[in-house]
Design a binder for this molecule. Structure first.
Ligand code: SAM
Length: 230
């Protein structure tokens, strides 16, 4: 794997496009996640076993490097790292990254806004992952981040997020987080992935509300549905 300074462009990161989700909303989101970092131990307790179990089931080749987008406190990044994947996590919330760096020294973390993804080289990571990011942003930004994920990944884009509506507590948390949860649930993941040049080769529930989708490039000759390792 090339060194990270070669993979991440160093000369002032370019914006992925002028269509990107509006700057006002992004600063509100960043403030929100910096503020709620105190409740993350509760979220981690719930999500960590689900991430670990799903990755065990997928049993991906450990040589594949991972770029975990919107990594938060790094629990998905750490679940990949535990399985031997060289892993980098990026996020724009400094308080969450502070916790991530303390807990998971084997993972490289970078503070970065996802609108700057175009500073990362094509196919520079084997896997690009994201956990519970998509539901929090509008359809345009979902599309842009998925397209960038497909450009950066050589093999897989792996998305963990809501696959169905959650219970009252989940709905309350999402109401506080922002306005995009309902529209995200109503949209078709399959279509959104296809529009970004990706196709689903595997997917399964990870909890009563969670789902994982494993995607490959649409043009990839090996993009047939994987046989599940159960
Ligand atoms: C619900 S949290 C999920 C965190 C982590 N992936 C997990 O599974 O616990 C969503 C994360 O997306 C990050 N995020 C949202 N918009 C972002 C952006 N434009 N650039 C970088 N990170 C962003 C937030 O800071 C937050 O850490």
């Amino acid at each position: 794997m090339p060194s990270t300074c070669l993979i991440f462009s160093v000369k002032g990161m370019a914006r992925i496009s002028s269509r990107s989700s509006n700057p006002g909303e992004r600063s509100r989101t960043r403030r929100f996640f910096n503020l709620v970092s105190v409740i993350y131990p509760f979220i981690e307790r719930n999500l960590t076993p689900a991430y670990r179990k799903a990755l065990r089931k997928l049993d991906l080749e450990s040589g594949l490097s991972v770029l975990d987008l919107a990594t938060g406190t790094g629990i998905l990044a750490a679940a990949f790292s535990e399985r031997g994947h060289p892993t980098t996590g990026i996020d724009f919330a400094a308080s969450l990254l502070y916790r991530a760096r303390k807990k998971f020294p084997s993972v490289t973390f970078r503070e970065m806004d996802l609108v700057e993804l175009d500073g990362i080289q094509d196919r520079s990571f084997g896997i690009v992952s994201m956990g519970y990011f998509l539901h929090g942003v509008d359809a345009e930004f979902r599309q842009e981040v998925l397209e960038e994920a497909g450009r950066i990944a050589s093999d897989y884009v792996i998305v963990f997020d809501y696959g169905r509506p959650g219970n009252f507590l989940v709905r309350f948390i999402e109401w506080v987080e922002g306005p995009h949860y309902a529209a995200y649930l109503a949209a078709s993941r399959e279509e959104e992935f296809r529009d970004a040049g990706l196709e689903i080769v595997d997917d399964f529930p990870t909890s009563s509300f969670g789902q994982v989708w494993v995607c490959r490039h649409l043009s990839s000759p090996s993009a047939n549905r994987r046989d599940l390792v159960v």
